[in-house]
Design a protein around this ligand. Sequence first.
Ligand code: ASP
Length: 437
Amino acid sequence: MSESIGSTGPGMKLHTKILLGLTIGALAGVATNLTIGASHPLIVFVNDYIAYPVGQVFLRMLFMVVMPLVFASIALGVAGLGDIRKVGRVGSKAVGYFLVTTVLAATLGLIVVNIIRPWERVTPETREALMERFAGDASGRVEASQRSTFGIQTFVDIVPRNPIQAAANTDMLGVIFFGLMFGAALTLIRADRAKAMTDVLEALNDIVVQIIHFAMRIAPYGVAALIFGVASRFGFDLLVAIAAFVVTVLLALLLHATLTLSAIVRFLIGLSPLVFVSRVRAALITAFSTSSSSATLPTALDVVETRLGVPRLIAGFVLPIGSTMCMNGTAIFEGITVIFVAEIFNVDLSLPQMAAVMVMSVITAVGAAGVPGGSIPLLVGVMTMFGVPGEGIAIVLGVDRILDMSRTTVNVFGDLTAATWVARSEGAWSPADVPEK
Ligand code: ASP
């Protein structure tokens, strides 16, 4: 048996090791950054030949299983739920949960930004300096935003022309759609043939789970390497320049996690938020260090199943959809950023316009890909919609990585609560099902 995230190995527990990796990587990275600097030859060597390869191998081990995992989980989930009405009910509950929590998140973000008013602390010089420094990067994002317009085609694109191509392009929604069709069809064919296919899918699922366990064995090192790479190269001067903005986003994320999501965990799920977080922390740390909901999906599935006892059938159905649709943290970030950049460019938004920003933040958060910076092109689109120059994104790009890490953690926290709540409301799980250790 390979070591699962929750199991106790001969020494320290794996999830404790992952937390240690995060701490060591972060401390070493920040210390390096503030003392000898990332351009020192030794640090360049460490980054290029140790941190980068170790971090990438870990990331790729996770990404490698995402597509087979999504396909097998969704197809088995639909087939296992059996009747199509049940699939519809579980699906609608999940999507309803995603939408309600994302609306709450975006609203909270707008309230916080209007109270703190971080734009008042950005001098025109800082604005100019940032615009100049990130102009090149910003124009790339503006171009990307022009390619990713939101419209009727967005819905047509959910249905892939070719499922293999969808998987190769990491088109998550396309693979989810194919999995849904595959699972639904599986329930309608001759029982003996369906059984053969279900056995294959279950074996595929089990194999993927084993690969995830291999990946998690290197997680402590992968997490340390990823965090070291970011922290050692991070522009802390930028953090200071727009500290008020960074604090606003982080505060809103924290409030959403500790008030809204924690209230859901306590009152709707029936667990202490501290217990919940400590059970799922390997997934939260993976989200923080990878900045990707998709890359975190394998770990998220593992922790809800092994550490919370949520049935695979429900978790395997809700989490893949959540990892691309449920982005509470991203909605908070988008709402705050639109208002912040608008104010810096003296575009004053009225209350109805703010409400429209909220709605657009929710829609684009749902549409954003669960990859690092996945929301930026959509965010630029929202900015231009309200008369804010897209190039203004330059002001926040320098600090985006740290915000991305933080919002992805909240996104994944939302996904995990969604899966657990849906399982509870379906009567498939109760707090008593949480394993002892
Ligand atoms: N990185 C985020 C995620 O994967 C998406 C984003 O906000 O850019 O959840």
